[in-house]
Design a protein around this ligand. Structure first.
Ligand code: SAM
Ligand code: 2KA
Ligand code: SF4
Ligand code: MG
Length: 210
């Protein structure tokens, strides 16, 4: 299979329980909850997205003809360091493209594998770290994993209303945008009152990293 990638870059994971960890981010093009076009945002199932995932014109982006060539580009982006190789597949929605062949190919070049997903699709086997970020109005199929990271607030999606979810850790991430400061204060207060939830800040934005 070929893969359509918006961008490929090395940075620190900014969010959730793995914040601060070096990683290659492979951002796939396309999402099942928004076309990515601003004129469609108001009618999208997910309307608060902070990411450009359209096309292949980002740093390191392109069309990769097979799993081996994308795994090679991921390894080249990481560099020679052997320890703690870590790739995060994101997007857009990574589960539209991530398959067993690509998982096998990045594993073969020494990477542990993470995904950031909206949880509307089941993942292939062999992923080491699954972060699910549910979206109000989108069906949640993937109800277990390493961390649930809910963007807060979302109308009609209250943190403890998610039925039948089983994650190792639970995070609330303040919705970025014009109300970020207010949303951060609201998450702080919620976590003080509901200590099974933790605050996830988008730390890469604070340090000027992608
Ligand atoms: C751009 S999404 C891509 C992965 C996948 N489509 C998803 O939604 O989980 C990566 C992460 O950013 C979060 N995110 C998107 N827009 C955000 C915003 N405005 N404020 C805070 N987090 C946001 C998502 O919820 C998700 O956890
Ligand atoms: N540094 C950094 N950390 C991230 N964690 C999740 C991200 C994403 O967009 O999926 C992201 C991102 O875009 N950059
Ligand atoms: S599901 Fe993820 S990538 Fe798709 S629009 Fe929402 S935040 Fe953006
Ligand atoms: Mg991001």
């Amino acid at each position: 299979m070929s893969y359509i990638v918006k961008e490929l870059f090395k940075t620190l994971q900014g969010e959730g329980a793995q914040a601060g960890r070096a990683a290659v981010f492979c951002r796939f093009s396309g999402c099942n909850l928004w076309s990515g076009r601003e004129e469609d945002r108001h009618k999208a199932l997910c309307q608060f997205c902070d990411t450009d995932f359209v096309g292949t014109d980002g740093y390191g982006g392109g069309k990769f003809q097979d799993a081996a060539s994308l795994a090679g580009a991921i390894a080249a982006t990481w560099g020679k360091i052997e320890r703690n190789r870590y790739v995060v597949f994101t997007g857009g929605e990574p589960l539209l493209q991530l398959d067993a062949a690509l998982i096998g190919a990045v594993r073969a070049v020494g990477f542990a594998i993470a995904i950031e997903t909206n949880g509307t699709m089941e993942p292939p086997k062999g992923i080491d770290w699954i972060c699910v970020s549910p979206k109000a109005g989108a069906p949640l199929e993937l109800r277990s994993g390493s961390e649930l990271k809910l963007v807060y607030p979302q109308v009609d999606l209250f943190p403890d209303d998610l039925p039948d979810v089983h994650f190792d850790q639970y995070f609330l991430q303040p919705m970025d945008g014009p109300d970020r400061a207010r949303n951060t204060a609201a998450v702080t207060e919620f976590c003080l009152q509901n200590p099974h939830w933790r605050l996830s800040l988008q730390t890469h934005k604070m340090i000027g990293m992608p």
